[in-house]
Design a protein around this ligand. Structure first.
Ligand code: SF4
Length: 83
């Protein structure tokens, strides 16, 4: 799969670099806590990170909550898992 097609699909593991915020992003903590599934990492953090709302806000210098998820939704309170 060529990079352009891989990016369009949202899954471009070996063709794309990891998001530069990967190691410091709150998503890692949510993964460790079991509050989110691996799909977020595959689709955004290690995939098409430029599509991530968190990434875009960071690039624009727009403050955002830790619980903001890459698709613009929010991690629910109460510990419900988001896949
Ligand atoms: S959630 Fe967004 S900002 Fe955070 S590491 Fe993943 S792609 Fe980057």
């Amino acid at each position: 799969m060529k990079k352009k097609n891989a990016l369009a699909s949202g899954y471009c593991y070996s063709y794309c670099m990891r998001c530069k915020w990967y190691s410091v992003c709150p998503m890692r903590r949510f993964e460790r806590e079991g509050r989110i599934g691996n799909e977020w990492n595959r689709k955004y953090c290690s995939g098409n990170y430029e599509a991530c709302v968190r990434y875009r806000k960071e690039e624009a210098g727009i403050p955002h909550q830790d619980i903001l998820l890459p698709d613009g939704s929010f991690l629910p309170a109460g510990g419900d898992r988001v896949n």
